[in-house]
Design a protein around this ligand. Structure first.
Ligand SMILES: [Zn+2]
Length: 192
């Protein structure tokens, strides 16, 4: 796994760093670890078995649809995904074009009636309260996906962001202090 990430270049290094920080959190006794322990007695060991893959074909645009008389629906590119309840050795897919790596994305208006697509500026990408591309966003994203791996968070796919955002809020209710703590060690010096 480690070698895979090392061959994924700059993006792989970012995943490696975020993974290391999550392991540090889950190897410590804190409210976050305790929350995961309500489903998995040894969350750090389970998290360590996960594989990460980069989805280079992942959505890169914020999609906006608006129909006359309806509210605008805005959907940001997905951040990461994993099979619900997949358990140990699951593969977490990370969108190479989403908020894990980027602070903003172009907004693309796509009318349902098949009219012309048009660009409508840019929109900031976030994971919960954190700006896209930051370590806090990356750590929060991995903790969120891990919540799906062990079926601690309910499924949130195919949704206009509401449920997914709610799940991130839930993760941060327990993990915010650890996510925002800055005691990350150098991943290359940390114990393996
Ligand atoms: Zn989710």
């Amino acid at each position: 796994m480690r070698d895979d990430l090392n061959t994924m270049g700059k993006q792989g290094q970012k995943i490696l760093l975020a993974r290391q920080k999550v392991l540090e959190i889950l190897q410590t006794e804190n409210a976050c670890t305790e929350w995961y322990q309500s489903k998995d007695a040894d969350p750090a060991t389970t998290f360590r078995t996960l594989t990460f893959s980069l989805d280079h074909q992942g959505e890169a645009y914020v999609r906006k649809t608006n129909e006359p008389g309806e509210m605008d629906l805005i959907r940001s590119p997905y951040v990461a995904s994993v099979m619900q309840g997949a358990g140990p050795y699951a593969t977490v897919s990370i969108n190479a074009n989403g908020a894990f790596f980027y602070t903003m994305a172009n907004v693309l208006k796509s009318p349902k009636d098949g009219g012309p697509l048009n660009f409508q500026g840019v929109r900031l990408l976030r994971v919960g309260p954190y700006a896209g591309g930051t370590l806090n966003a990356q750590v929060a994203a991995l903790l969120h996906e891990f919540g799906h791996v062990i079926d601690l968070l309910p499924p949130d796919w195919d949704d206009y962001e509401g449920k997914s955002q709610q799940n991130t809020v839930e993760v941060l209710r327990f993990c915010r202090a650890e996510v925002e703590s800055s005691k990350t060690q150098n991943p290359f010096l940390a114990s393996r």
